[in-house]
Design a protein around this ligand. Structure first.
Ligand code: CMP
Length: 140
């Protein structure tokens, strides 16, 4: 059993496809064990993506992530981090395999519909960023 953090980004929330993306999670065997909708502040977005602050795309990324509400969830399951990244598809939707979330719902590398933790350590940090341990409701 592993936990990972998922964010449905402002572009996908605007397209009204939260439910379709949740269906992909559930069909792949992942469970949603915590969830909240937030409109991130600039400070929250900058802190969450702090690892990218020297990258040329950082300012645009922050601006996009605060352009509307996001849906944030903790997903649980066997090998959840990899499973989630597999169903998300490549960061750039142009490279994403057919049938993946980004191939089906993303417009560009900047507006790429979803975010997912990329390692166990990142997953721990990212989950902690948004949720208290008591927010996570594990079950059979
Ligand atoms: P995400 O998985 O949320 O992590 C950082 C985000 O930065 C990434 O998805 C992309 O949406 C965005 N981004 C924009 N340009 C790039 C790039 N050249 N390489 C990686 N990520 C990028």
């Amino acid at each position: 059993m592993q936990l990972t953090l998922s964010i449905i980004k402002p572009d996908a929330v605007r397209k009204n496809v939260i439910g379709q993306i949740y269906q992909r999670f559930e069909q792949s065997g992942l469970r949603i064990v915590a969830a909240k909708m937030l409109h991130l502040s600039q400070a929250q977005a900058e802190a969450f993506y702090g690892v990218h602050k020297e990258r040329p795309f950082f300012n645009d990324l922050v601006k996009f992530m605060i352009s509307g509400p996001v849906m944030i969830q903790v997903l649980a399951g066997t090998d959840a981090i990899k499973k989630h990244r597999d169903i998300m598809g490549a960061t750039n939707p142009k490279d994403a395999a057919p049938g993946t979330i980004r191939a089906d719902f993303a417009n560009s590398i900047d507006e790429n519909a979803v975010h997912g933790s990329d390692s166990e350590e990142t997953a721990r940090q990212e989950i902690e960023f948004f949720f208290k341990p008591t927010d996570i409701l594990l079950r059979d």
